[in-house]
Design a protein around this ligand. Structure first.
Ligand code: ROI
Length: 163
């Protein structure tokens, strides 16, 4: 069964609860495709990337097996975003919940709705660090070992949330 990794981010309306609820919803999604388990990284607080002035984010990454095709998975994740009250006021602006497919097995997908691997993942500490927490040995579709992208500078950009 395909193994997927999804990035979670939120910076409005109690972000930690948004991530908790998203994990619960994803467990249902993951469970409906047999009894696979959800791996959840630690949650991290991170300064907003981009020019828009907005609250800090809470970010995490989850990994799970799914029988859903990539587009079906995208639809299911967008449904969760919408059910958790997502409103996107501006591009690169704040959001109640963002769920991005990072990786879908070793596939590379470039379609109008979906780009996998996620286009910005290799530049984002708030994606790379939690991904490495749950999948330290990961080999990216481009052939790069994830661990080679992680360094002390990246890790220092994040503050792990003690829960
Ligand atoms: N910045 C951080 N720190 N975390 C995010 O999840 C995030 N998401 C975004 C933009 C606006 C790029 N900045 C972010 O979409």
């Amino acid at each position: 069964m395909p193994l997927v990794f999804v990035a979670l981010g939120a910076n409005l309306t109690d972000p930690v609860t948004q991530l908790d609820n998203a994990c619960k919803a994803i467990i249902e999604l993951a469970l409906c495709s047999s009894n696979s388990t959800l791996q959840v990284s630690p949650y991290y607080r991170s300064a907003p990337m981009g020019e828009v002035v907005q609250p800090d984010y809470v970010n995490a990454v989850v990994g799970f097996n799914t029988t859903l095709e990539p587009i079906e998975l995208l639809d299911a994740l967008q449904k969760i975003e919408n059910e958790q009250g997502r409103v996107r006021l501006e591009r690169w602006g704040p959001r109640t919940l963002d769920l991005d497919i990072l990786l879908y097995d070793n596939q590379t997908i470039d379609s109008p709705r979906l780009t996998i691997p996620h286009y910005g993942m290799k530049q984002r500490s708030f994606v790379l660090v939690p991904l490495a927490d749950i999948a330290p040995q990961l080999l990216l579709p481009c052939g790069t070992r994830l661990e080679r992208l992680i360094n002390a500078e990246l890790t220092a950009e994040l503050e792990q949330i003690v829960r």
